[in-house]
Design a binder for this molecule. Structure first.
Ligand code: SF4
Length: 209
């Protein structure tokens, strides 16, 4: 069933080719900052913040380590929660050694104040290409509506459930997460649009708005 959902979403929406990066100079850094900045905001706001960092030539490890936090806050303001996020970015660039990316584990990231499971897993999956599934609100919503899980399933429980059912493959995990986000924006919104939903025949429609 979990693979069938993936196949159906892929046939419907095609490859999403995440994570979007605007520069190839340091995709790991850009993806990591994007994962931090996207907490509680939409991607358009993240793009504005990343654009500010690029324009001011701040999107590199050394400058981010040294930059005054109030200047950083001003640059990332479009992404919201800028005080908290600037502290997290500072903690991140001080903790992580980009020359030793192979040593970065989930726990390394979770030990950084401000980085939770979803952010850590996004960095691991998209920034470091490690096969770990990213769970978010959209994933929980979709799987509970489909009738596969409880609405209040825990992050790790849902992650394990999905990882146990599909091949351990970075590319599939990357695409699947991106397809769920796409589907949540097209059909399985807070107030779902079930008409013509590609998953309708598989869905229990356990919808509580
Ligand atoms: S049928 Fe409705 S509730 Fe089910 S996945 Fe589609 S949009 Fe969501």
């Amino acid at each position: 069933m979990i693979l069938k959902i993936y196949d159906t979403l892929l046939k419907t929406y095609g490859y999403q080719d995440w994570w979007p990066v605007s520069t190839t100079a340091d995709p790991f850094l850009e993806i990591s900052l994007g994962a931090i900045l996207t907490q509680n905001t939409n991607w358009k706001n993240v793009e504005k913040a990343l654009q500010n960092l690029q324009t001011k030539k701040v999107l590199n490890w050394k400058t981010l380590q040294k930059i005054n936090i109030s200047i950083l806050q001003e640059l990332i303001k479009p992404a919201g929660f800028y005080k908290r996020k600037s502290t997290t970015i500072k903690n991140f660039v001080k903790t992580i050694n980009p020359q030793k990316k192979e040593n970065i584990t989930r726990q390394t990231l979770l030990n950084i104040k401000g980085i939770g499971k979803e952010t850590a897993d996004s960095i691991l999956l998209y920034g470091l290409e490690k096969p770990i599934f990213v769970v978010d609100t959209y994933t929980k919503r979709l799987f509970s509506r489909l009738g596969l899980t409880k609405k209040d399933i825990k992050y790790d429980e849902l992650q394990k459930l999905i990882q146990d059912k599909i091949p351990k493959n970075t590319h599939i995990y990357q695409e699947y997460h991106a397809l769920i986000v796409k589907h949540a924006k097209e059909h399985c919104k807070k107030k779902p649009i079930c008409t013509k939903c590609p998953l309708e025949s598989l869905c229990n429609k356990n919808v509580i708005i």
